[in-house]
Write a protein that binds this ligand. Sequence first.
Ligand code: F0G
Length: 432
Amino acid sequence: MPSSAAQDFRCSLCGNLLEFTFRAADLGKACDPQALKSLWLNRCGSRNPLDQSGVWRFREFLPEIAVEHAITLREGNTPIYEMPRCARCANLDTLFAKHQGMNPTASFKDTGMTFAASAAHQGGFQWVACASTGNTSASMAAYAARGNMHSLVLIPEGKISWGKLSQSLDYGALTCQLRTDFDGCVRILNDLVRQKPVYLLNSVNPYRIEGQKTAAIEMMEQLAWDPPDHIVVPGGNLGNSSAIGKALLEMYELKLITRLPKLSIIQAQGANPFYRSVREFQGKKLEAMKAETLATAIRIGNPASWKKALRVLEATGGEVEEVTEVEIANAKAEIGSDGVGCEPASAVTLAGLKKLRQRGFVKRGETVVLILTGHLLKDPDFTIKFHRGDLFAETSFDTEFAHSRHLQRAPVILDANLGAVISVLEEAERNS
Ligand code: F0G
């Protein structure tokens, strides 16, 4: 229905977000867990672009979209890394990170976007649109370009990283920087889609959630279908936690896994409406807030998918945590020290894990997987300021940040002189 008014994906009766429901019975004969596991694994050796995608490879687990509409950049297929230094920081025996920043546009958004952009193509839409803190827009712009569709991006002016902004420009989006925050951009977009035939590609779109489920399926495959005890994700608009939780519950129902990992959600203290909803109001309501954090990807005060996230939190027995700005910055450097790295929003996972560990919710010998949502190079400004020591200059966090010196590696500027280089090398050797 190309020219019909685009939807906001909410039920017209109760106002809740729509979602796909999935029943094992729908799969019919294909429901045999062993057969599915081998089918998915065998596709890894195929030359078919859809089989090479870490999303479309799991298509039996997703709603149907006709193959001729599929837009893929071979997303997914992201690595799972052991993180020994981070494990020590969190006082754990072993720790893993699944790095969704290793996707084509360098964030987890690609796994949902390949699927939802394909749905837009199948619907005959010429324009797609999103409000974003930067990663959704970069991803949407790329997939729209690949699918020969136009894209409209609404982002908050001045509060997104240059890396993300530059992606949407190069991929050809019409990019509007609005003088508001993310929540303000969402309000404008919701009004816009009621008037114009543009297809909404925020994570309220249930196709996005379906595509993002595959990160959890791929993770289980990588762990030989032996689920970890805990999965820890950052919480912003709460689409990702909803998607991963939905996948866990469906895999459990289908007997692809025989145990449910606990899914825990971490927010920045300055953007913690979900944390407060759970802790202060037992999830009965969510109070929107004015969000403020240097982890700009999750600077969100009114998360759309909070009810879905609450459901998976409760169903898996997970926890919520909040972390300070300095805790996020330190955790990001620690993730970097394992040779992996991520953007600030992803680092809330390690910062939150340390707290869950201190509280005894996570035990020393348990297996934990952090979901790293975005690549280190998304926000180099943050990283450079951290290492130069001026990330929190003239803010109330500066005193706390003074204790982070041991993590800072400011570049050393020297004359082009061998002796000078040797002397800093020798000093580093003495200190190592
Ligand atoms: N991490 C990164 C790097 C993100 O970009 C986002 C969200 C999140 C975590 C939170 O995920 O919203 O599903 O809870 N970024 C969105 C955007 C809002 O517009 O790029 P969530």
